[in-house]
Every structure is written in C-alpha cells, then in structure tokens.
Design a protein. Structure first.
Length: 402
C-alpha cells in the first residue's frame, strides 16, 4: 500500500468509508484498471498497522455479523486475488431450505438446480474485512488513511475537493470522483443535502452465532414465523468442533430486547420452539446483538463528481441476505464504466457517465429493494396455497440475484 498519502493531494478516486463496500470497490478499481487509477480510501476507525491474514483482527467496520455471499458475488471477488484466503474460513451453502412455521409449504434448493458448484457461502465479517484490508495494503496505487475522516466534499467545475482530517490536522485533496460509502447513517450524504427515505419495520434483528447437535451439511434455512422471519446460515465449525450457524432473527422490538437479555438456557429454549429440530438440539449461543431494522434509500445516488454507494445508498431488510451482494453488483458495474472512461481519457466524475451507471443498475436495485422490503409482509397471510407458492418463489430469489 502507498505510504505517502499524507503528502499527496491529487487522486482519481477518493472513497469515504473503508468498510466492506469501500474496500472491495477499491480493489476492483485497482485490479481492473491494472493499477492505473490513483485511489485513496479514508476510514474513520483505527486499523492495526500490521497484522497477518492468518490472525484476523476484529474491527468495528466489520462487526460480529456474518455475510452470505451469492455465487455471483464470489465471481466478482475471485479475480481480485482474495478468494483463496476468503474461502479458508467460508462455509459453503450446499442447499437452501425455506419454510413457514406451522405451514406445509416449503422448498429445498441445491446447486444442481442451477448447475453451480455451490449456492453461495457464509463468511464472518471480521475475517472478510481483514482479508480485504490486507489486500489493500499490498497495492501501491491505493493509499489508506485510518483513523481519518472526510469532513467536507466540495464539487468543483472539474471533480471535487475533499477536506480530510487525521490526527487533529486537516488537509485538502482533489479527486475526479468521490465515493460516499460511510454507512446507512451517512454524515456526508446528509451534509450534501441528499435526502434519504427511511422506513422503520418496528423490529429488531437479533444476531448471534449458535451451535447445535446435528451437522448442518451446508444447509441455509430461511424460516418464517408469526413473530418474524429468521435465517440460520452455516458457518465453519467452532473451536470445539461443534456445528454452528449465524442466526439472524427478526422480532418485535420488545421481544428482541427480552431475548437479548435472558439467560442462555431460556434463549435456546425459545429458539428451539420457534425453529424446530431440523438441526437437532441447540446447545450454545454466543454474544447476542440487536440492530433496529429499517429500509434506507438515498433519493439521489449520483451527482457530478459524486456517487453514493452501499448502505449509504440503500440499506435493506436482512431477510433475503442481499445488502452486500447488491453493493458488490453496484461496484462491479461502476468499476466497468470507470475503467472504460479512464482508458478513453474521459473525466471519471462526468455526470453523464455516472447517470449511465445509475440507469444500468436501476432495475437490479429496484427489484432487490422491493423484494427485500415486501417479503416479510407476504408471510402474514394464512391461505395454504399461497403459502406453498410463496416458499417456492422465495427459493428462486434468495442468493440468486445477479
């Protein structure tokens, strides 16, 4: 990684946010441009100065959650050279079982249905983030400032200028293009006057890793209950060689609070009642965290010299596991257009170019957002035939948006 960021003031692309979206976008731009683009990544959380991929470190940008990657996301990441390390602790999704509690409608999908080696995989965010950051450090054309923050973005006739603060001092950098990838509660998005539509689901996603007695054999579960949907995503075995999975359980706020605070035995008992015995007995739960569920959509994603991406552009309900997968597809499309523009000596912040990106991704974004938003409500009806059709239809959607 370039070590002279403090002395540089001119970049092709500055990415505000070094989380999974910002890091993966930087790697795509670097790789597909054959390291011809000068890139700066600014991350607000401190990053260890040296660490190895063999000892992943926890970082607040990559919290205790896990990410379900679709097979198409794997294809985006593979050319970047990070997949051998990512796959080391990835759990393959060999099947997807979709069901509705106390209903007969269900479906099972397997890789053979689509002629793929796997339907996707699940990777803990701490590991995913560490691998991406290590890859960034190896690129001479990518500079990384952390902890640091972009305090202000000023559009110019050509490109933008950014005020970057680090260690109490400020510096101004110029870029053809600024990428805002600082999360759903983006300060930069708000500062630029880009409004966001926010819809609260009045629910909390309860996140925890759980262990059980039966081997999961790579099966991911999407189960719909009268209290809210839950997902159980396969993980690599624990240090005790126990089968384990990442639980994402959407619940009314008060129930989520109760289950976050109750003792382990009470939590496992309740989970067993709601999920059933397909994985045998639940025997252990790790730290439990709650995340208020809301849909956030930026009313603008592009301006001259500016692109809003990731959760800053669209933060989705986690039931279909599509948030990061959609962001990867967005970044792949943007990378394709930016690299082509660079080769044609076209300004990377050209509004027409950025509008082309938004137009090309509009269908994918709208379909994915609407599906993730409407899916939980579809499972509140009680007609049996619709229950069967819902489950079958869901199976063909989850993890397969390309």
């Amino acid at each position: 990684m370039g070590q002279t960021a403090a002395n540089k003031s001119q970049y092709d692309v500055v990415i505000a946010g070094g989380g999974m979206v910002g890091a993966s976008l930087a790697l795509q731009l670097c790789h597909h441009s054959q390291q011809q683009l000068r890139i700066l990544v600014v991350e607000s959380f401190p990053i260890a100065k040296s660490h190895t991929a063999e000892a992943p470190l926890y970082n607040p940008s990559f919290d205790a959650r896990s990410t379900a990657l679709s097979y198409s996301s794997q294809l985006i990441l593979e050319p970047l050279g990070v997949w051998p390390l990512l796959s080391k602790y990835a759990a393959a999704i060999n099947s997807i079982h979709v069901s509705e509690r106390r209903r007969l409608g269900s479906t099972m999908m397997k890789p053979g249905d689509v002629d793929w080696p796997a339907l996707g995989c699940v990777i803990e965010n701490a590991w995913l983030g560490n691998v991406l950051l290590n890859a960034l450090r190896e690129k001479d054309t990518i500079d990384f400032l952390a902890p640091a923050s972009v305090k202000h973005i000023s559009p110019q006739q050509q490109g933008v200028t950014l005020m970057v603060e680090q260690n109490g001092s400020e510096k101004t950098v110029a870029a053809q293009l600024a990428i805002i990838a600082d999360g759903a509660n983006s300060n930069l998005r708000e500062q630029l006057g880009i409004n966001a539509r926010v819809h609260s689901y009045q629910q909390t996603a309860l996140i925890a890793n759980v262990s059980f007695t039966k081997a999961h054999q790579g099966c991911a579960y999407e189960r719909f209950t009268d209290q809210g949907p839950m997902a159980l995503l396969p993980l690599s075995d624990s240090e005790l060689s126990q089968p384990r999975a990442a639980l994402v359980w959407s619940l009314p706020n008060d129930q989520a609070a109760t289950l976050s605070e109750c003792d382990e035995a009470e939590f496992l008992k309740t989970l067993q009642q709601r999920f059933g015995h397909r994985q045998g007995e639940f025997i252990r739960v790790g730290d439990r965290s709650g995340y208020p569920l809301k849909l956030v959509e930026a009313e603008e994603q592009v301006r001259s010299g500016i692109v809003v991406m990731g959760n800053a552009a669209h933060s989705l309900h986690p039931v279909a596991g599509q948030g990061f997968n959609l962001a990867l597809r967005d970044s792949a499309r943007l990378t394709q257009l930016l690299v082509a523009a660079s080769q044609q000596n076209r300004a990377l912040g050209d509004l027409g170019l950025l509008q082309q990106y938004q137009q090309q991704q509009q269908f994918d974004q709208q379909k994915t957002i609407r599906f993730s938003d409407q899916l939980p409500g579809l499972f509140t009806r009680n007609q049996f035939p619709l229950s069967v059709l819902r489950s079958i239809g869901l199976g063909f959607w989850i993890f397969f948006r390309r």
